[in-house]
Design a protein around this ligand. Structure first.
Ligand SMILES: [Fe+2]
Length: 373
């Protein structure tokens, strides 16, 4: 009997399975930018697809000359690290040659350290190098303990087809995580540098940020909008860096020239922040941050915008900023009580502030901050 149709059917089934695996893994990759989460979920699919007990994707840590990954240990996940050259994965990373071993404990290249750490008993393994588009090796992928049979060259071929796609997304998330870490530490240093000018107002930017994010969540804004408002709040007074100490820290009343100088911090905030390359969701940060002294009735500064011209984020910052300034110690007066500050905010609703934002702030503050005092 001609076995060609059966053979073709088998091939089609295999292709179908591969496509399904691609599809399932792609869903994970686009749904998260958390590297640990992607690693753990992807390997679960890989293990399932290859009818095996476990899969691991190791990424190369160039600085330490190690492979690292997250593996599930019981209900938790743990980071494991392997020196390049050590064990089967380490060998593959060093030689860039694929390894198939169907009896690891008789294989001199096997290193049982990971097994003893995770409590897993490896029997068989395929391990292949992973390359990025530029042809550089960025890690290795391995599948462990095929159920009921041995690993074959066919398994290796299929794994080699799947891994580059996964690897690219993983590298993107690694890059994204390290950029956002870097971005946030720069932001914190910037905000602290304004507060450091004056011990009496230290913590102002952090508190305004906390209140602004609280209001944004209370209003049910999307996560990305809350994030933009968080960054704008941290930097809202950055322009004060350009105001001289004698005016910034003056304890008596400011004359009109000095007051104009203080007011210029809003426009200074804009011109400094516009020099920072805020992109994507962050592109409105300079506009939001520099509009925190605008008022609904056009009597604010620096541009005298009217209600619907003021960005929502700036209206939120305005409420948080005024409340913080009223309830914290200042050079020119003592703090006032929370209830008095609420009354001032409510009095300004419709003229200075958006009523809905004032009410959102008060309910957030009463629930989240007053109860913890
Ligand atoms: Fe300000």
């Amino acid at each position: 009997m001609d076995d060609k149709p059966t053979k073709r059917l088998n091939e089609l089934e295999k292709e179908n399975k591969l496509l399904r695996c691609f599809r399932d893994i792609s869903k994970i990759l686009v749904s998260s930018d958390n590297v640990d989460e992607i690693l753990l979920m992807t390997v679960e699919y890989l293990a399932l697809y290859f009818n095996s007990e476990r899969a691991t994707i190791f990424l190369i840590d160039e600085k330490k000359k190690e492979l690292w990954s997250k593996v599930a240990v019981g209900l938790k996940s743990e980071e494991i690290r392997i020196s390049i050259g050590k064990g089967i994965a380490g060998q593959v990373a060093m030689t860039k040659e694929t390894i198939i071993s169907n009896n690891v404990y008789n294989d001199g290249r096997f290193n049982p350290d990971v097994d003893s750490k995770t409590g897993f008993a490896t029997r068989s393994v395929i391990c292949v190098p992973i390359y990025n588009y530029a042809g550089n090796m960025i890690g290795v992928g391995e599948i462990l303990n095929k159920k009921g049979s041995n690993f074959t060259d066919d398994d290796v071929n299929q794994l080699s087809l799947l891994l580059p796609q996964i690897a690219i997304c993983l590298m993107n998330s690694v890059l994204h995580a390290s950029l956002s870490n870097h971005f946030n530490s720069v932001l914190r240093v910037l905000a602290a540098s304004i507060d450091a000018r004056d011990p009496l107002t230290a913590g102002h930017s952090e508190r305004v940020t906390k209140y602004s994010v609280g209001i944004s969540k209370e209003l049910g804004l999307q996560e990305k909008d809350c994030e933009v408002i968080r960054v704008s709040a941290l930097l809202h007074d950055y322009g004060k860096i350009g105001i001289e100490d004698a005016i910034l820290k003056k304890s008596s009343r400011l004359n009109s020239i000095e007051f104009e100088e203080i007011k210029s911090h809003a426009e200074k905030t804009r011109s400094i922040l516009e020099k920072i390359n805020f992109e994507g969701i962050y592109q409105d940060v300079p506009e939001i941050a520099s509009s925190h002294h605008e008022k609904l009735d056009r009597s604010g500064y620096p541009r005298g915008l009217s209600g619907n011209e003021i960005p929502l984020g700036a209206k939120i910052l305005a409420v948080a900023d005024v409340f913080e300034a009223l309830t914290a110690v200042r050079h020119y007066r003592n703090p006032i009580l929370y209830d008095e500050a609420f009354a001032i905010l409510r009095d300004g609703a419709g003229k200075h502030f958006e009523k809905e934002i004032v009410e959102a702030f008060i309910s957030y503050f009463e629930r989240e901050c007053l109860s913890s005092l």
